[in-house]
Design a protein. Structure first.
Lengths: 161, 285
């Protein structure tokens, strides 16, 4: 296919038929269609601010080909925040812990944290750091972000001390 | 102006047909491809998406005892594999230290090898395990030892229209991988080393394979280092010293953003020692 063509996918629970081009990243695609909670940071896979769930797995949308997402399911932080209990808890914990300063990294951090906890991640600070190691934050120094995820992990009773 | 076409290949025959066109550019996880597209390093190509070839997204222990990993297997799957943790710890450790958890969900083992970076993390373990590649084009399939695959930075022995289907190797529990980077996560390596070992009852090294990343234009086998150790007593400090000297003949590091050549030489020796000791630890006791 050349030029602009349409792809079918589910975004935040809604069926969507939207135009893309062959080389467009999922990040650009989502932002062009008004999913602005997916942030454009480095656009080369380093910062994680563009993270989304693709068929349930956390990926960096800037290094994902939009066309290859035809027929697949995408959730962003905003969509998850409306429907998903774990994401709601994480979002509340980020606010309570002061894990948000400028807020730019937050949506990607929440996706990485949700992925970690859903994979059976425990209330373990060093494992939480590893889980968010692909997400950069230039404000908080990470301590409060780790605190927020740790708190939710404890509350979920996934173990830890 | 970016100028691309797109083809989705739902199965192997359609992938091979699409790849036969001169402007075809295969995309697996896209973690290298998207960065290269954005940087303008590739243009005027037809992107061929092969993510639908799910039969190449698996790790299998074959009847002949070999492990086969399909090219589309994500690094996260390697890092979650009990089979690899037990039978190919070198590759397992490389997967666990690869990029970060999110990138690991997209990055594939086939893409890592075909991209042919000197720093490709899965290459040294697979070289040390004497892996073989299964390649296919419209004209048929062939096997190629991984040692013969890497020809230079970004250059492989793939002929136009050919793709990697899988990588295969004999398991070796006495194998290890070490990575030195500038930070713990998401770091391109300064040096990596992988070792695979077999010892006899007397503790003599019967076979020893050693491979490095980031100390030459390709990931490489350290044949001089291997020779220095084969037939000697495991963990003899004198032999380890000779190993550290011998690997200097195998490597050809450069200065770059991450480290100087001299530091890389020094660290290659250190990692060679740690890799062999760590590979043999269980047998050593
Ligand atoms: C943030 C970040 C961190 C990274 N960290 C690491 C790291 O720690 N270690 C490391 O080794 N790499 C790292 N990489 C590089 C990259 O993620 C890996 O090389 C990855 O394994 C590439 O796989 P892919 O499926 O994404 O390849 P793609 O981008 O889809 O393809 C890469 C190249 O290989 C070709 N190709 C892909 N599959 C095949 C196949 N089956 N047959 C023939 N050709 C094929 C493509 O045509 C393309 O030229 C990192 C990248 C990013 C963006």
């Amino acid at each position: 296919m050349s030029g602009t063509f349409e792809i079918n996918l589910r975004i935040n629970g809604q069926e969507a038929v939207l135009p893309t081009t062959a080389e467009k990243s999922l990040l650009r695609f989502l932002r062009e269609h008004n999913y602005w909670d997916v942030k454009c940071g480095c656009e080369e896979g380093d910062c994680g601010s563009c993270a989304v769930l693709l068929d349930g797995r956390a990926v960096k949308s800037c290094i994902t080909l939009a066309a290859a997402c035809n027929g697949r399911e995408i959730w962003t932080n905003r969509g998850l925040g409306r429907t998903d209990e774990l994401t709601k808890k994480l979002q509340a914990a980020f606010v309570e812990s002061g894990a948000i300063q400028c807020g730019f990294c937050t949506c990607g951090m929440i996706i990485a944290a949700k992925h970690y906890l859903e994979q059976g991640g425990k209330a373990d600070r060093s494992q939480i750091k590893e889980a968010i190691s692909g997400n950069l934050c230039r404000c908080t120094g990470y301590v409060k972000i780790v605190d927020a995820v740790y708190g939710v992990a404890l509350e979920m009773g996934t173990g830890g001390i | 102006m970016k100028n691309f076409n797109y083809i989705n290949a739902p199965d192997l025959p359609s992938a091979l047909e699409a790849l036969a066109k001169p402007d075809a550019y295969l995309v697996a996880g896209g973690t290298n491809a998207l960065v290269d597209i954005r940087a303008g390093k590739i243009n005027d190509r037809t992107l061929v998406n092969i993510q639908g070839l799910t039969e190449f997204d698996r790790i299998t222990l074959q009847e002949n005892g070999r492990i086969q990993i399909g090219a589309l297997t994500a690094i996260s799957k390697l890092a979650a594999s009990d089979l690899l943790a037990e039978k190919a710890p070198a590759l397992y450790q490389a997967a666990c230290n690869f990029a970060d958890p999110l990138t690991r969900n997209s990055a594939t083992i086939g893409g890592n090898l075909a991209n042919a970076s000197p720093a490709a993390d899965t290459a040294p373990p697979l070289l040390a395990l004497d892996a073989e590649l299964l390649l296919a084009s419209r004209f048929g399939e062939r096997r190629l030892p991984l040692q013969e695959f890497f020809l230079g930075v970004g250059k492989t022995a793939l002929v136009p229209g050919e793709m990697v289907l899988a990588v295969e190797f004999m398991p070796n529990s006495f194998s290890s991988f070490l990575k030195l980077g500038l930070r713990q996560a998401m770091a391109i390596s300064i040096v990596t080393a992988a070792a695979a070992l077999s010892l006899d009852k007397e503790g003599i090294v019967r076979e020893f394979h050693l491979a490095f990343g980031s100390v030459g234009p390709t990931p490489l086998r350290a044949y001089n280092g291997e020779k220095a150790v084969t037939g000697t007593e495991f963990a003899d400090p004198e032999v380890i010293k000779q190993l550290q000297e011998a690997v200097q003949l195998d490597i050809n590091p450069i200065d770059d953003l991450r480290a100087g050549a001299g530091y890389r030489r020094e660290m290659a020796g250190v990692l060679a020692k740690r890799a062999i000791l760590s590979a043999g630890r269980e047998v050593g006791q």
